[in-house]
Design a protein around this ligand. Structure first.
Ligand code: PLP
Length: 449
């Protein structure tokens, strides 16, 4: 009896579904929505809109030849000031040898799979132990890219009850990590400790209610202007507030502090930075990155960082190459000494020549000029074509309207002659800028250069 009832019920459901399908079939849905591809190509985005006329020269330029202070751009040798090859390891003979031997022995495929599944190796673990020891933390975990790693550290560490307080100049990888955060976030104006304190007060009130925790995120070195995150002042706030501190030290790892262990070493506060993030893409001249922290949190991250659980492990040749780089970073202080000799000469020379370089406390050296975007474009071309100097130039909206920021990245393989030559060239450029020469100069047609 019961079976009969349920059978007839099933029949009714089937009839209903068939009826619905018939209704759907008999009235085809009219598509009046836009075509996604058409929509995208109509608006290429804030950078893509400049592609025509800029690509190959201002954007996506091709630097050819061995990585160093001089490289080839558009068939001519130029003095390069735009690579984060701080310690000159990219083309160091021992690094090149280690990379080549590791690639020959292991290929680029091994190990296959993500760390958790089938991509684990003794070398990965050894590199983690060495990184942790170097930055004075209990443990470390590797990332296949620093960017994805940072995204997942933030994602894994925070749930909707937690609050994050971060610097307004935070790198895109931090901002994108925050996009995944479902809870509250408070931004403080760049390096403004009073505002950070206010953010912490609000975060404390909120987490008192939600039962969550607080994460503060700053960079060690801000890559555009070279100024340092005020880590020394931030850690002092730990006596007033209960929070954990994560620093993104992409530019500080290998360059800052007496042993190159980072910006927190520079400030003498390594023991108060809870989570240290570094990339291999800069001083290590490689690829990949890591986070270092106490053992329990690394253990937690290992099992919770989605970008590492669901993506392939760093290739063995990269890991072995990174071990060689670590050895040089640790044991060849002369590399850092060379870097800082060039940094000091460049920054002092620029200041002595009356240039505004802002509060840089790191190798990153911004030169600030006043002018319009067309003038900045003409300066870039003049520097590249007439002085054979290749550097990156930044304008509004990255910097305030009317400011032209020329960013110079000194490295251990630059020479004092490179510095002298560049400062002389900059003096001439400033003279032309003051004369208004760059206003009247025809904006270069890069297809003819
Ligand atoms: C401040 C900062 N954080 C993170 C990253 C991302 O690192 P990676 O290149 O290893 O993905 C970069 C850029 O390289 C950076 O400048």
């Amino acid at each position: 009896m019961v079976e009969n009832v349920s059978d007839s019920g099933l029949c009714l459901v089937k009839k209903y579904v068939v009826l619905q399908l018939k209704t759907v079939r008999s009235k085809p849905l009219k598509s009046s929505n836009v075509d996604l591809f058409e929509k995208r190509v109509k608006n290429l985005g804030p950078l893509g809109m400049y592609a025509k006329g800029a690509e190959g020269y201002f954007m996506f330029p091709k630097l050819e030849g061995e990585i160093g202070n001089k490289m080839t751009f558009r068939g001519k040798e130029r003095l390069i000031w735009s690579l984060n090859n701080y310690l000159g390891l990219a083309n160091h003979p021992e690094v090149r040898k280690a990379d080549a031997e590791a690639s020959a022995e292991w290929g680029l495929a091994y190990p296959m799979g993500a760390r958790m599944m089938s991509g684990q190796s003794n070398y990965h673990e050894q590199l983690e132990r060495e990184l942790a020891a170097y930055v004075k933390k209990e443990a470390a975990y590797l990332f296949n890219f620093g960017y994805q790693g940072m995204l997942s550290v933030i994602d894994a560490m925070l749930d909707r009850n937690d609050v994050v307080v971060y610097d307004s100049e935070a790198h895109a990888c931090i901002i994108d990590g925050l996009r995944l955060h479902m809870g509250k976030r408070f931004v403080y104006p760049h390096n403004n400790i009073d505002n950070l304190r206010k953010g912490l007060e609000r975060a404390t009130r909120l987490t008192n209610q939600t039962g969550g925790g607080i994460l503060v995120i700053t960079e060690g070195v801000y890559g555009m202007t070279g100024d340092l995150g005020k880590i020394d002042e931030i850690v002092k706030l730990k006596s007033e507030f209960n929070f954990r501190l994560l620093i993104d030290d992409a530019h500080g790892f290998g360059t800052m502090g007496p042993t190159g262990a980072g910006t927190d070493e520079h400030f003498g506060v390594q023991d108060q930075v809870d989570m240290y993030f570094g990339t291999f893409a800069k001083a290590m001249a490689g690829i990949g990155g890591f986070v270092a922290c106490n053992k329990e949190i690394i253990e937690f991250l290992k099992y919770n960082m989605r970008s590492q659980i669901f993506a392939k492990s760093l290739p063995m040749s990269m890991v072995i190459g990174a071990l060689k780089r670590m050895e040089l970073v640790r044991t060849r202080p002369e590399l850092r000494e060379n870097l800082w000799t060039v940094v000091h000469a460049l920054q002092k020379g620029l200041v002595d020549a009356g240039f505004e370089i802002g509060p840089s406390g790191s190798p990153v050296t911004p030169v600030m000029l006043n002018g319009t975007i067309p003038e900045a474009t003409n300066i870039t071309v003049d520097l590249r074509e007439n002085y054979n100097i290749f550097c990156s130039i930044v304008t509004y909206p990255v910097v305030p309207k009317g400011v032209i920021l020329i960013r110079l990245i000194p490295t251990a393989v630059h020479t004092l002659d490179d510095v002298k030559y560049t400062i002389e060239a900059f003096k001439e450029v400033r003279k032309k800028l003051d004369n208004g020469d760059y206003v009247t100069m025809q904006i270069a047609d890069i297809s003819k250069l």
